[in-house]
Design a protein around this ligand. Structure first.
Ligand code: FES
Length: 113
């Protein structure tokens, strides 16, 4: 694992967060990273990683639904594009942070920092 702590103890570098088989198709999977909680979304076999925090009121998105590439927040119904983090339905207007994803050796790695 390529991992280092940058200035100010901010986690940077690639981190393994799950095995690929732990992220079933068309489901959301909550994982922990050194940058905080992350939600993984498997959209048609492609895995995306987003900060597990709704931009509306900071509640976790991982308890929500994934449908047609959209994550729906379980709290007030905001929606986000799972690929880009863009808010697509009110009450959220700001995007959710997304992480670059790489699949290596059967595992999901995300780029922190
Ligand atoms: S916390 Fe997600 S829509 Fe309000």
């Amino acid at each position: 694992m390529a991992f280092r702590i940058g200035r100010g103890s901010r986690a940077t570098g690639w981190q393994r967060v799950a095995a690929v088989e732990e992220v079933p198709p068309e489901e959301l999977t909550a994982v922990q990273s050194d940058a905080g909680p992350v939600v993984l979304a498997n959209v048609d076999g492609a895995i995306y990683a987003l900060e597990d925090r709704c931009s509306h009121q900071d509640y976790p998105l991982s308890g929500g639904d994934l449908e047609d590439g959209q994550i729906e927040c379980p709290f007030h119904g905001a929606r986000f594009d799972a690929c880009t983090g863009r808010a697509t339905m009110l009450p959220a207007v700001a995007p959710v942070r997304v992480f670059e994803v790489e699949i290596r050796d059967g595992a999901v790695h995300i780029l922190l920092g």
